[in-house]
Structures are given as C-alpha cells and as structure tokens.
Design a protein around this ligand. Structure first.
Ligand code: PLP
Ligand code: SF4
Length: 343
C-alpha cells in the first residue's frame, strides 16, 4: 500500500507546508492524513491549490465559531445503538469503522474520526446488525464511517453476508472517498467483495474537484462499475475549492463521463474550525442557478442543507416556481426570465 503522510514534519518534508507551532496544535486536535495519490495531485507552485486546501492542515482550524458544533448534523441524537444512526424510517447509517484514508480539513465528523478512533468490535457490530434485523422498516443500509472501504475485502464480504440475510434490507449503499484518494485500494478483490451479494449495491463517492478524477481514480471507478456497483457522487461546496459554477460544471461532467451520477452538493456543515470553508446559502443557490442553464440534466446534483441539530437534509437550491397571488404560478427560466403558466 502507498505511503500516507501523517505528521506536520512529514508534510513539511513533502513541501506542502512550512511547519509552525499553530500547525502542530491543529494536528494535535484533528487527525491528519494525506495519501501519496493526493500528494501527486497538489500543485506546489499554487499557494491556493484546491487539493492542498482540502487536506493540508491550516492554522485557521484553531478558530472555532459560536455557531459551530462538534456534532453538526445531530448523529448522536438519533443513535439507538452504537454504530447506528436512524433518523429516517426507511434507512440507517451503519458506521463499522471511524478511520479514513485521508482526513479532510472540513469533515463534519472531525471530532469522531481518526486513526485512534475505535471501530465497532465484533460484539458491537453484531448488536448493530441485530438492530437492523429487528427493525422491519429499514429498507436501505448506508455503510459509512469513517470510510468503510478501509475494511478488508474479507470484512466487507462478511458484512454483506450479514446484511443480505435480513429479508427487509433490499439496498446497501456505501459512502467512500477511497476510489479518489487511495484508488490502489480498489482491487478486483475489493470490488468483488462489495458487489457479490444478493442485494443491490450503490456507492456514493465523495469528490470535490475535477482534478481529483485522476487516471487512477477513473480506473478504480471503472472496476467498481464493472463489478456491478451503481455509482453516485457527493460533493461538498467549499470556499476556495469549488465555489465556482465553472469548476463544478467541469467536475459534474467528468463524474458523468466516468459513469457516476451526481447526487448531492452539500452546503458545508457547521463543523468546528471550518468557517474558512463555508459559503453562504445564497452563494450556493446562485451557483446552482448557473449550473441549471449550462449543464446536462443528468449532470445536475441537488444542493442540500443538513439542518443543524439533526432535523434532516432538505433540498436548498433555487426555486423555479413561485405562486403569484390571484394569477397562475410564475415560472423562472434558466436565464432568469419569468413566464406565466396556467395553473
Ligand atoms: C444523510 C443521511 C442519510 C441519507 O440520506 P439520503 O437523503 O437518503 O441520501 C440517512 N441517514 C442519516 C442519518 C443521514 O445523515
Ligand atoms: S473521508 Fe469523509 S469521513 Fe473521512 S475525513 Fe473526509 S469527509 Fe470526513
């Protein structure tokens, strides 16, 4: 497996930062990891490189704002047993592992993930599976973490076997950044372990910038697709990384070119020390409006806001239909002009 950089000294040695005491403080507070693949994507001549910005620690992470929360989307409030988050009746999150191949500086679970964070032990995993088996409303299991593609193929096969033994679970969805940041992990064996199950398997790949779709990442996605995994994407809208309609249009097109259906564009959550990454809701809506005019329908993600406190995700993009009092609805076209429509 390729080398992973985990300390300020190692990152300084790779010339992606200059060490300071503040950066040591950041690394003491939040997990750090950057893979060799990500290192190769960084343009060291660009001080604002959008890849570096996502993974290289920054002193601004020490600035925690009053509106920020350690558990921004309220996972803790909806956890009936360890490793399960059950917020919507028909689906649960299952978090077997809390490690990741990289540690994104904007991560909404940054207070919980890290190399030292405990995975579920075998008894806890059994209890989580038992909760799913005993809750017939659960139609879909979303395996997340951490990054569940850090599990070995053997453990993925075992998890698939346990889930496919539950008759009401029809769909298994994995959320992962591995195909992008550590594509070498996606071997034929791992792709087969994910896909060879009696259930339909989806994978939501986390990808934020068109440059993340390297040839190696494309090969990993292709392996998953050929194995029978249906691919969708999740992107976080990040200031200084992708808060630009042109960059997002390029990203969404490249995802579609690689057989990945753009799914969600998330407004950045109120995670601690991440204010330098957040855009406003209005900026997100304006970008979505620009994408509507210029981008194929199959390349359109849905802009979503996870309401702080655990109230759920809602679409937050611009509205195209407005009820005008006394008249029919008023429709806005992609260029911004309004039209009437007879009810
Ligand atoms: C995001 C999330 C899901 C998945 O939501 P979808 O809209 O189906 O993608 C499920 N459960 C929890 C707790 C979540 O945060
Ligand atoms: S891969 Fe996902 S869970 Fe892991 S640090 Fe990045 S955003 Fe957080």
């Amino acid at each position: 497996m390729a080398r992973t950089l985990r300390t300020i000294d190692e990152l300084a040695g790779a010339r992606v930062l200059a060490p300071t005491p503040e950066l040591e403080d950041v690394a003491a507070r939040y997990a750090v990891a950057l893979t060799e693949d990500v290192l190769h994507l960084i343009d060291r001549t660009d001080p604002d490189d959008p890849i570096a910005r996502q993974f290289v620690p920054d002193a601004r992470e020490l600035d925690t704002r009053p509106e920020e929360r350690s558990d921004p989307i309220g996972d803790g409030a909806h956890s009936p047993v360890k490793g399960i988050v059950h917020r919507y009746p028909d689906r649960v999150l299952l978090k077997p592992i809390l490690t990741c191949p990289v540690y994104c500086r904007f991560c909404f679970r940054r207070e919980f993930v890290g190399p030292g964070a405990n995975a579920l032990d075998p008894a806890e995993l059994d209890a989580a599976i038992a909760y799913i088996a005993n809750t017939p409303d659960i139609w879909e299991v979303i395996v997340t973490g951490g990054d569940p593609l850090m599990l070995s193929p053997r453990r993925i096969r075992a998890l698939n076997a346990a889930l496919s033994a539950i008759p009401h679970v029809k769909v298994v969805r994995w959320h992962s950044r591995v195909p992008i940041v550590d594509p070498g992990r996606v071997t034929e064996e791992l792709a087969g372990a994910l896909a060879n199950t009696a259930r339909t398997v989806w994978l939501a790949v986390h990808c934020n910038h068109p440059r993340e779709l390297s040839a190696e990442a494309a090969a990993a996605l292709s392996k998953l697709r050929r194995a029978g995994v249906t691919l969708v994407s999740q992107t976080v809208l990040l200031k200084g990384v992708n808060d630009d309609a042109g960059i997002l249009a390029a990203l969404m097109r490249r995802l579609v070119e690689h057989g990945v259906k753009p799914y969600y564009l998330h407004l950045a959550d109120l995670a601690p020390g991440t204010s330098h990454f957040r855009t406003t809701l209005a900026e997100g809506r304006a970008i979505m409006q620009a994408l509507r005019g210029r981008l194929s329908g199959i390349a359109q993600p849905t802009l979503v806001l996870d309401i702080p406190g655990g109230y759920g995700k809602v679409p937050a993009g611009p509205a195209y239909v407005e009820d005008a009092l006394g008249a029919g609805p008023l429709i806005t076209d992609p260029a911004g002009k309004t039209h009437s429509y007879p009810g």
